[in-house]
Design a protein around this ligand. Structure first.
Ligand SMILES: O=C(O)CCC(=O)C(=O)O
Ligand SMILES: [Fe+2]
Length: 250
């Protein structure tokens, strides 16, 4: 992975923050109610699932890990093309050329306990909502990828299939957390973009796909600029763009 010369920071430097942005206690609470939608067998979207304080904490944990050794970088292909995002790997290194590996010359940060418990709680809630463990098998994450997309960021249509045969074949779910600007997320049975369904992933949403949907094709078509909740930006100082965290069991 090519590390940018300067470490990539998720946070706007304090000297660039508009001092008129204040957060009143009333704005502090995330008041929108959570809901959920089963998108297809094995695929569930938990809307507005994460509290504002959890979202802020996630930004700060990712910032700390992202500016450290083995932090954010822009991975690329052999021919020099780069993914249109900044990536931070947890638990195990991943890039499009080597897939999962031990990393090169740096220690890959472990998944923080806070993330593991958020993922497990979301998965447990989803199993209850879907009323079936068959539809969404259990997993405890040991690998994670944090992606940061700017307004022009995107991710081509792909399947997540670099995990172990055992993990994929039992339909071990992928748990994906969205924070910041919203994304147009495409998913479906075919790689063909015209045949895919679209859903908007907003800040605080968690998308889970496992079981029969473990091999679903998916990608990020576009980031919707300036769509992040203002209160999140004020509290976290997250720079414009979208933070996405995906967790899996290798
Ligand atoms: O950013 C997203 O919502 C999707 C990320 C993703 O598909 C991946 O990291 O494999
Ligand atoms: Fe993916």
């Amino acid at each position: 992975m090519t590390r940018t010369t300067e470490p990539f920071s998720l946070i706007i430097p304090t000297n660039q923050v508009c001092k008129t942005l204040g957060v009143t206690p009333a704005e502090n609470e995330n008041k929108v109610k959570s809901s959920y939608k089963v998108l297809r067998p094995g695929m569930i979207l938990l809307k507005n699932y994460l509290s504002l304080s959890d979202q802020v904490e996630i930004v700060h944990i990712c910032e700390e890990l992202g500016i450290g050794p083995g932090g954010f970088g822009q991975p690329g292909y052999e021919d020099g093309r780069k993914l249109q995002l900044q990536m931070l790997c947890l638990g195990r290194y991943w890039d499009p050329q080597t897939r999962y590996s031990k990393g090169y010359g740096f220690k890959v940060p472990q998944i923080p306990d806070k993330f593991i418990s958020l993922v497990e709680t979301a998965l447990q809630d989803s199993q209850t909502l879907m009323n079936s463990e068959d539809e969404l098998p259990w997993m405890s994450p040991n690998i994670g990828i944090v992606n940061f997309y700017t307004a022009t960021g995107r991710l081509g249509i792909h399947q997540d299939r670099d995990e172990s045969w055992d993990s994929i074949s039992k339909g071990s779910p992928v748990v994906s957390i969205s924070i910041g600007d919203s994304a147009e997320f495409l998913y479906g049975d075919k790689r063909d973009v015209d045949k895919l369904d679209k859903v908007v992933l907003e800040s605080g949403d968690i998308l889970i796909f496992g079981g029969k949907s473990r091999n679903v094709y998916h990608g990020v078509k576009a980031i919707i600029p300036n769509s992040a909740p203002e209160v999140l930006l004020k509290e976290s100082m997250l720079r414009p763009g979208r933070l996405n965290l995906t967790f899996r069991q290798y």
